[in-house]
Structures are given as structure tokens and as C-alpha cells.
Design a protein around this ligand. Structure first.
Ligand SMILES: [Zn+2]
Length: 113
């Protein structure tokens, strides 16, 4: 599963940043065009945090919309698929500018409380 490797590396990044503190909450930003399913990430997260500083941490996922930019007419339409023609002018010049990101937006450790 694609999500498993990525979730595992995110868990290790968070553990590193936590510097020995217990992690209470993690917020991820997942683009709708990233190809990652929030439900799958959630499942993998629960598996990957066992025995780490993140064990028992709450996972919060924020889904971000896909957005493209058209080189021909400079429209910035919402995109639901990675490729497509510009809905405004019909040119196949749409480039993705948002929606493929997958990042750790926030994390909360014991010391923050
Ligand atoms: Zn266009």
C-alpha cells in the first residue's frame, strides 16, 4: 500500500521533532490530488504509531482542494483529476498548482499543553 510507506516516514519525522516528548495530536494537510486517501492514511497511522512517541495521538486530516493554473487564459479552476483541459478556454494547458501536497501542518506534544 502506497500510504503505508509515506505514513511511516511522516511518523518518523514527527517522532524526531518531538525530541522525546509524547505526541498528543498531529494535523496533516492532504491534497485531493495527492492520490492518498484519508481513510487509508488513518488506518496506516494507527498501525505505524504503535510503540512510538505518537502512540495514542489523535490524527486530524485537512483535505485541500486541487487547483490548476491555465497558461493560456490564467484561469485557476478547481481540479478533481490530475490532468485536464481548462474549463474556461478549453486549452490543454492546465498545470496543477495545489492539491498534491501532503504535509505535517501541526503537531502537539506534552510540553505545549
Ligand atoms: Zn484557460
Amino acid at each position: 500500500m502506497h500510504e503505508l510507506g509515506i505514513t511511516r516516514s511522516m511518523v518518523s519525522i514527527v517522532s524526531e521533532r518531538a525530541q522525546g516528548q509524547k505526541v498528543l495530536r498531529v494535523t496533516l494537510e492532504v491534497g485531493r490530488l495527492s492520490g492518498m486517501l484519508p481513510e487509508a492514511i488513518r488506518f496506516c497511522f494507527d498501525v505505524c504509531i504503535q510503540g512510538t512517541l505518537l502512540e495514542g495521538a489523535a490524527l486530524h486530516i485537512i483535505e485541500t482542494e486541487g487547483r490548476g493554473h491555465c497558461a493560456a487564459c490564467h484561469a485557476e479552476p478547481v481540479m478533481t483529476a490530475p490532468l485536464g483541459r481548462c474549463p474556461a478556454c478549453g486549452e490543454p494547458t492546465l498545470r496543477m498548482v495545489a492539491g498534491t501536497e501532503l504535509k505535517i501542518k501541526e503537531m502537539e506534544t506534552e510540553s505545549c499543553v
